[in-house]
Design a protein around this ligand. Sequence first.
Ligand SMILES: O=C(O)CCC(=O)C(=O)O
Ligand SMILES: [Fe+2]
Length: 200
Amino acid sequence: MDLFNTDPIVNILPADGIAHYYGKILSVTDARYYLDQLLQTIEWKNDEVVIFGKHIVTKRMAAWYGDEKFEYTYSNTTKQALLWTSDLLKLKTLVEQTTGSTFNSCLLNLYHTGDEGMSWHSDDEKALGPNTEIASLSLGAERKFSFRHKQTKQITSVILENGSLLVMKGTTQTYWHHALPKTKKVSRPRVNLTFRRIVL
Ligand SMILES: O=C(O)CCC(=O)C(=O)O
Ligand SMILES: [Fe+2]
């Protein structure tokens, strides 16, 4: 049942992958509730990444939750998943019902303002296995999300609305990078949840 969006779900990628934008799957009231809850209850930490051998602590904050205390290594740092909170379980169920897929973990990102973003990358870690499916739920400020083809450099973008769902699957991570560009136009926070399936 789709209460908030009756448009057909379209693949926003022209080739070499599938990115389905479902639009808003949460009401404004529910999106506001979950944003406030997650801001207060998630164990947010500044993310650490290694770029050109330099150790950098990001302004953006992140957290990692799952079915088990999974260990996950990226950018040379190992993280251990925390166990689901009740709000995260509710959101996971909603995302699973909407997509018809199951997920066992979630990486959360908190961008305080448009001054924080995420640079070009693909989510192709070994732990996710080939042709992995990632479901990305957005809460709070609307932000532009862009895909760039690794070979042709073609760019396609979508505005991720408050309470919206974007699903990446098929060969998307093999052929496309994605990014959340910084912007001067946004001064309010956004929380993004990427539900993933660790296969190990
Ligand atoms: O914040 C977003 O919408 C993107 C996050 C992302 O690409 C990631 O966590 O891998
Ligand atoms: Fe990503």
